[in-house]
Structure formats: structure tokens, C-alpha cells
Ligand binder design. Sequence first.
Ligand code: CP3
Length: 340
Amino acid sequence: MTSLFLDTLNGKHTARPPVWYMRQAGRVLPSYLKIKEKYSFWQMMQDPELAAKVTLLPVHDLGVDAAILFSDILVIPYALGMGLDFTDAGPVFEKPLKHVDDPVRIMEPQPEKLEYIYRAIDRIKETRPENTPLIGFCGAPLTVISFMLQGLGSRSDFSDAVKWMFAHPKELQPLVDAVTSLTLTYIKNQISHGIEVFQLFETNAGLLPNEMYRRVFLPAVEKIAAAVRAKGIPFIFFPKGIGDGLHMLGPQHADFISVDWLTPLERAREILDEKIGLQGNLDPRTLFADKKVIEMELKKYLAFGRSHHDWIFNLGHGFLPGTPFESARFVTDWIKEQTW
Ligand code: CP3
């Protein structure tokens, strides 16, 4: 496969930075919103034909350099036996674990509940345009566990989840182990079905004090990184909100780190080991501004991109609901048209 994205991940100099976006399928495309009128999220995700189609929409409509599997990070709690619904107000768990003292006792791992995702990967590989790498993903243990404990996804500060983690240090570790174990099986299967790159989403990295994050959750990230890289697959880690905790991350945690918009790329570059590449980090809210303002923000990347070839353009978090498609298209075209 000839791919700017894979070349950059593999340390080659490319003519321009590759570009893709977190949440590039599910929020911004008119073509997606149209399909969503007819099907629920579960339906789209569980039908390999539809999931493959939606995965590839941003490649056609936005011209991005990679596709990311259309699924969700909460399929892991679902496969651990938790009742889960995706409502208009976001994901809701039937029985949040914050009411449970020893959650691992009620977990019932059913890896077969993830089978439909592998069928979707097969279908994506059969139908994708040439030279379109596929990114597999899952949530990192802290992010997944904070949803499991809290029970509600959107508009939550996860305060009950954090209190539970402080109150139950003995029960927390086996929960981390249970989530990590199923996650490892899930990732190995994504890889054997042919994903080319893997990204681990730690959206809630900023939830805990850095020291607690380092002690309780980073060893699991390291284990996951090692398992992915042992198969020859590049590993991207997105620790959103980690701030000064970037200091805790080393080459054992990632090949590339996806930086949120609160940390300038130049600063992340200073902090992180030179073996680690960077991804990011346009503030997704910028896309609500007019084109002149967006372009001003984009121009700030020119100097960085011209002097750093181990960089993938992306947002500092996913596209927000309601982002104008035209702005997403403008940003993509702009990045592709510059002389880097
Ligand atoms: O482009 C894509 O959308 C790719 C697939 C994808 C989804 N979720 C689909 C989805 C990816 C990569 C995710 C990751 C995800 N899911 C994260 C980490 C990244 C991030 O944005 O922080 C998190 C925290 C979740 C949990 C989750 N799933 C939430 C909070 C919600 C509700 C609101 C929303 O849209 O994010 C979901 C549901 C979900 N996941 C939808 C989609 C397309 C919306 C379902 C619907 O429209 O009914």
C-alpha cells in the first residue's frame, strides 16, 4: 500500500503531513446524517455492510488519508456483560458500577459479542479505495472504566466515578485488569482481521491526579502498546487533558502521541522523547469560526510542520456535533495544498 499516513508513522519524510480526524465519520458529514435518519447507531455499528460504508464516507467526502473503524469505545463494557443503550442524550448503562462494591464479580466476559466488528473490518478491506489505511481503536482502561462507573456518558464530569476509584483502591485494580484483558483480545482480533494502525483513546486522562494515573492506569497502557507493536502495527495514544503529565510518557507508551489543543505542539515536542511522533492539535471549536479565522489558526502550523516530519495533522479532540461540513473540507484541502 502507498500511504502518506503509513509512511509518516514509519518515520519516512513525506511531502506533506497526513490528515485525518477523530470522529470524522459520525458527526460532520451530511452523508452520515442522512443514513442516521434511517438507522440507529447500534444498527449502523452492528451491520458490517453499513459500518463499512460509514467508515469509508470521510475518505470519499473529506479526502482524509485514513479511515477509522466505525464503532465505539463502549463495546468493551457491553462485551463484559453490561446493559448499554445509546440514547439521543448519549450512552447510558443499565446498572452503573458506582453502586457495586466489587464489580469484577459481576462481569461476564463474552468476547463473541465483538464478532460483528471483525466482520465490519473484513468488509471495509473488501470495499475500501486503494491505499486507504484502516485505523482500529478502543478506549483506554481509565476512560472505559469511568463510563462504566458513572453510567452516563455525555455531559458528565465523572465525579461519582472518581470518588468510587478513591474509595475502592483494592477493587479498582482487578477492574483495570478485567478491562485490559478483554481489550487485549479485542485488539489482537482487530489486527488479525487487518487493521494497519491502532489508536488508543484516553479521553479522560485528565480525570485523576497524574501520580494516580501513572501508578494505576499507565501500566495497562504500556501493556496494550506492547501487544500492538509486537504485531508490527504503529500505536497512537491520545491522552486528552493530561497536561503536565506528558512528562510521564515515554517510547514504551506510544509511537505517536495525539496532543489536545491545550498543549502547543512545540511544548509537547520539548517534553516528549524524540522517538515519539506527534499528532494534532487544532481546537475543534475553531471550525465554527469563519474561514479567515480558521486559516489564521492553520498558518500557525506551517513552521512546525516544515521542521517536523513526524507529525500527523488532526484535531485536539473529535469533531463537535454541528461542525459545518464546509469548514472540515476547507481545513483538509488547506493542509493538502500547502508547501510543507
Ligand atoms: O468518526 C467516528 O465517529 C468514528 C467512530 C467513533 C465513535 N465513537 C462513534 C459514535 C469513535 C472513534 C468513538 C470514540 C468514543 N466514544 C470516545 C473517544 C473519543 C472522544 O470523542 O472522546 C468516547 C469518549 C466515546 C463514548 C461515546 N459514544 C459518547 C460520549 C457518545 C455520545 C455522544 C457522541 O456522539 O459522542 C457515544 C455514541 C457514539 N459513538 C455516536 C457515534 C457516531 C453517536 C450515536 C448517535 O448518534 O446516536
